[in-house]
Design a protein around this ligand. Structure first.
Ligand code: DX5
Ligand code: ZN
Length: 216
């Protein structure tokens, strides 16, 4: 089974976004990762729904939207209408997480929950049976091109055991500082989906980098 590689558009060339999406369509990537930032939950602004709608018209791969925003409940339906397949909210941004996960499912999308580097995986225990994806942040959210936080590997192992023991079907996605050098170690630890921004779009041959990581 190939690794699911989810290139992050945050590191793409926004002056030639259509060409980058075309490259991803032809590549071995599994998903396209969309980092939505509001400047409140994280100290950065990225892009919003008009860009997502344009990407959705061009992309032939599922859109994996990562909401680094406060009050995500206010936008769930608009991301569904924009064509997102998998919508991930932050544990730290949701007061009534179970209600948010149910609302994402009611809109026909798969539901993911992301946790920041300081958030313990144990906090996912009571929602693990309801979500399709658990996203472990291996950098502090807000920017591409940051250094991988090494403790994230142990977090993956712990979460994988929780998923196995509980019989949950939840996938594990890792996000931040993922590259050719750590992808095999992360797969061994239990990761299913790998977000990669700068290591893909900053490489000489993004499509080859994706293939390498998909088969690592
Ligand atoms: C950071 C984002 C990540 C980031 C990954 O807040 O959630 O998806 O874009 O970029 P790299 O792979 O360069 O760390
Ligand atoms: Zn992300």
């Amino acid at each position: 089974m190939k690794n699911i590689i989810a290139p992050s558009i945050l590191s793409a060339d926004f002056a030639h976004l259509a060409a980058d999406i075309e490259m991803l369509n032809e590549s071995e990537c599994g998903w396209i990762h969309l980092d939505i930032m509001d400047g409140v939950f994280v100290p950065n602004l990225s892009f919003g729904l008009p860009v997502v709608e344009h990407i959705s018209r061009l992309a032939t791969k599922p859109l994996d939207a990562h909401l680094m925003i406060v009050n995500p409940d206010n936008y769930l339906a608009r991301f569904a209408q924009a064509g997102v397949s998998l919508l991930t909210v932050h544990y730290e941004a949701c007061t009534h997480l179970e209600r948010t996960v149910s609302a994402i499912h009611d809109l026909g999308m798969k539901a993911g929950v992301a946790i920041n580097p300081h958030t313990n995986v144990c906090l996912l225990e009571d929602i693990l049976g309801e979500i399709d994806l658990a996203l472990i942040m291996s950098v502090n959210p807000g920017f591409g091109g940051q250094k991988f936080i090494p403790q994230s590997v142990e977090k993956v192992r712990k979460l994988k055991k929780m998923i196995t023991d509980s019989g949950s079907k939840c996938l594990i996605e890792i996000d931040g500082g993922v590259n050719k050098d750590n992808v095999a170690l992360l797969r061994k630890a239990g990761v299913d989906a790998f977000v990669a921004g700068s290591s893909v779009f900053g490489s000489d041959d993004p499509s080859e980098t994706i293939s390498f990581m998909a088969n690592a």
